[in-house]
Design a protein around this ligand. Structure first.
Ligand code: UDP
Length: 239
């Protein structure tokens, strides 16, 4: 069965991807590489919304583990996602593309405040939309933010770029016998406790019929390949 082409996608990349080979922070060359991937998809007619994590700068749980108040620590993580979003916006603009950061936390002197209608408007106008600040709430993750935005922005799929080329039965880096799935259901992900995204994100995608496509963002050209139905990936759906 051939599937309908994806015309509007939500791409989630973790903050760590932006580090490139660095141990911390933002490597602008790597941001440029991801930006080029997004531009290729846009040139092929896809509307692209993006959610970038903040783990290359700060994670709330790490602060809480050292005794910080979790809410304040998560706010720092949320700010980290805004820094990453601004870096991506800047690089996309330097490449001649119109991109807009929409933040879940209002910071009107820095970027626009997120709303679904604004996001859809920018996508329809051919702009790349970068959803920053996750859900805007502590105790959540950017995976959940990505699933939420994919629902709100009426995306055809949530593309989850990871460091491996799909969903495996175990961690393929530590277990060579791990089996890779071409397709798996949301229920199996939850019942097997396969940690590709947190359970809240999986439940949101499942309940709103958004397929999740898991692939390696480290493979050059992967996003456009997957968009065309090529390359290596795992599709996660309801049935
Ligand atoms: N965060 C949050 N609420 C959200 C999204 C993110 O509090 O809705 C905070 C949380 O502290 C998290 C940090 O931002 O650890 C960075 O996000 P995440 O860990 O999802 O980034 P990634 O692992 O994808 O780089």
């Amino acid at each position: 069965m051939t599937r309908k082409p994806y015309t509007r996608i939500l791409l989630k990349v973790s903050g760590e991807v932006l580090m490139g080979e660095k141990p911390f922070g933002i490597d602008l060359e790597t941001v440029g590489r991801i930006a080029d991937e997004i531009i290729t998809c846009a040139d092929r007619g896809a509307q692209v919304a993006l959610v970038i994590g903040g783990g290359n700068i700060f994670r709330g749980l790490a602060g809480a583990a050292k005794g910080m108040d979790r809410v304040a620590a998560d706010h720092m993580g949320i700010m980290a996602t805004v820094m990453n979003a601004l870096a991506m916006q800047g690089v996309l603009k330097s490449k001649g593309r119109d991109a807009r950061v929409l933040s879940a936390i209002a910071m009107p002197t820095v970027c626009e405040t997120y709303s679904a209608s604004k996001g859809i408007h920018h996508l329809e106008a051919g702009r790349i939309v970068i959803c920053a600040a996750g859900t805007g709430l502590p105790f959540f993750t950017t995976d959940t933010g990505a699933a939420l935005r994919a629902c709100e922005l009426q995306c055809d799929a949530l593309f989850k770029g990871t460091s491996v080329d799909g969903v495996y039965s175990a961690d393929p880096k530590s277990d060579p016998s791990a089996k890779r799935f071409e397709h798996i259901t949301f229920s199996e992900i939850l019942s097997r406790d396969l940690r590709i995204m947190d359970p809240a994100a999986i439940a949101l995608a499942r309940d709103n019929g958004i397929p999740v496509v898991v692939f390696s963002i480290r493979t050059p050209g992967a996003v456009a390949d997957v968009l065309n139905g090529g390359g290596r990936f795992t599709t996660v759906t309801k049935d």
